[in-house]
Design a protein around this ligand. Structure first.
Ligand code: GLU
Length: 281
């Protein structure tokens, strides 16, 4: 499955905290179509790094749904839960470079912090110059300094982010011992040689942090395209939290048709009753 380094390589990276819903199907279809129309590869990665929130049952359901919908991925499925050593090695490199610091703050102590645009607390910097007396390290954070990150998203246009005010010193290793999504995703995309990330715009706020991590680790930055996000009638993003219905894989054709329609692909109406093989063809 190896191709020349310059070849397009995309991926779909669902978090198996619930079954595949329409919002993730849109991200899967968008990234798959983009990879295939560019003659590229398309990889599947299970983002089960947040093990308390993920389950093997949900991962199995997602894989079965993708198969029923006619998706075909290149190579083996990558499981983040099996890649802890790679994340630990990346954190060690950042420690050696003096870019990270242990943090002893509890969630309660950070409750009054400023809130980032994506709803996360912005770290006030308490442990940045060293752990206060008598404090044990709980988590590891990366110091963002006053860096500005900018990139050109293929759909959303130019994005400029001031990390200190929009994210703050973010966590790489959590107090519960699990590596953070931001670190895992960056390490995995680089190792897989991903050249293009196509995903939902709900992740746009994470991208500057990920690019910053790529820069700190000396990893390449892929191209980004953040797709419009499917919302429910109340305007909420479809997710497990908003109780999005799972994709009905007893009728995969109509589900796939709806996703392609959402992506503006204008599938011919007669395909609404077609099989997934006919729709993809
Ligand atoms: N695992 C993330 C999610 O399901 C997606 C990560 C990504 O595509 O970079 O929201």
């Amino acid at each position: 499955m190896t191709t020349a380094k310059s070849a397009y390589r995309g991926r779909f990276a669902p978090s198996p905290s619930g079954p595949l819903h329409f919002g993730s199907l849109v991200a899967a279809a968008g990234s798959f179509l983009e990879a295939r129309t560019r003659g590229g590869e398309w990889l599947l990665r299970m983002e089960d790094v947040d093990q308390p929130r993920c389950s093997m049952a949900a991962a199995g359901e997602i894989i079965r749904a993708l198969e029923a919908l006619g998706f075909a991925w290149d190579g083996e499925v990558v499981w983040q839960s099996r890649r802890t050593e790679a994340y630990a090695a990346a954190l060690e490199r950042l420690k050696a470079a003096g870019r990270v610091f242990p943090c002893g703050c509890t969630r309660r102590e950070l409750a009054d912090s400023a809130i980032a645009p994506d709803g996360a607390a912005i770290y006030p910097g308490t442990c940045r110059q060293g752990l206060p007396e008598g404090r044990a390290p709980r988590a590891w954070r990366i110091a963002v300094g006053d860096v500005r990150i900018s990139f050109d998203d293929a759909i959303q246009g130019r994005v400029v982010s001031d990390l200190a005010s929009e994210a703050g010193d973010f966590i790489l290793l959590r107090a519960d011992g699990f590596y953070a999504y931001q670190l895992a995703m960056v390490v995995d995309d680089a190792e897989a040689g991903i050249t293009h990330v196509v995903r939902g715009a709900d992740l746009l706020a994470s991208t500057p942090r990920q690019i910053f991590l790529q820069q700190c680790l000396g990893l390449p930055t892929p191209g980004y395209a953040h797709l419009p996000v499917a919302v429910n009638a109340a305007g909420e993003k479809l997710s497990k939290q908003t109780r999005a219905a799972p994709v009905d894989i007893s009728r995969p054709g109509p589900a796939l048709f709806a996703a392609l329609d959402f992506l503006g692909q204008r599938p011919p109406p007669e395909l609404s009753r077609a099989t997934v093989a006919e729709i993809w063809a």
